[in-house]
Design a protein. Structure first.
Length: 211
């Protein structure tokens, strides 16, 4: 499959790209601050499950279609943006619930719902699509055949790196939440702020370019 030298370069490039906070990271951090570490890690898992769907679609041809179709790319991007704005508005509306919640149990939110929400954000994440359609093909060795398999393998590696990165951000944010829980009013403010971050992220995503 891919040579060792090429794999090392690939890992370096992808790690640097993933380390730059994007929609997934900011969403995980906001969830960690507002709901705790378990919710943040669950969000990261949902995000990466969405990215896996992108990997499979790109490996079997959607990548080239998206690269040529501005309309399709825009539809996916705007769908994710609208969903982020919706989640942000919900977080803002229910921010006061954090102030009365038992600070010893910040991680009791519905895990299945959190996974679903993380999945939607992940599957519509344009940063993932750009990495899979623009970066991955550069490291494919077409002379060795099995291009789809190579894309799947490299994409899975990207998702694994993203999971470690996002989960780490989430755990750090969730730990900060535990400290903030000493002040219910401050925690309510943070919950509202995380909602505003999601709204702002959604708006930014809606008006972002391919680059």
């Amino acid at each position: 499959m891919i040579g060792l030298d090429r794999l090392v370069v690939f890992l370096t490039v992808v790690s640097l790209l993933i380390a730059v906070p994007g929609p997934s990271v900011l969403f995980v951090v906001s969830r960690g601050i507002s709901l705790g570490r378990r919710a943040a890690v669950s969000t990261a898992i949902g995000n990466e499950a969405g990215l896996l769907v992108q990997v499979v679609l790109v490996a079997f041809g959607l990548g080239s279609v998206i690269e040529r179709s501005l309309l399709l790319f825009s539809i996916i991007k705007f769908a994710g943006a609208v969903y982020l704005v919706y989640l942000g508005v919900q977080a803002w509306r229910h921010r006061h619930l954090l102030a009365v919640a038992d600070k010893a149990e910040p991680e009791t939110a519905d895990t299945s719902r959190i996974l679903r929400e993380g999945f939607v954000v992940g599957v519509s994440n344009p940063k993932g699509l750009l990495i899979f359609t623009a970066v991955l093909p550069q490291f494919i060795d077409s002379s060795r055949g099995n291009v789809a398999v190579q894309l799947l393998l490299l994409g899975a590696i990207c998702v694994l790196i993203a999971l470690v990165s996002d989960a780490s951000w989430g755990v750090a944010a969730g730990t900060a939440r535990i400290w903030l829980a000493g002040s219910p009013r401050r925690l309510s403010w943070i919950g509202g702020a995380s909602g505003m971050v999601m709204v702002g992220l959604g708006i930014r995503l809606a008006f972002s370019n391919r680059e």
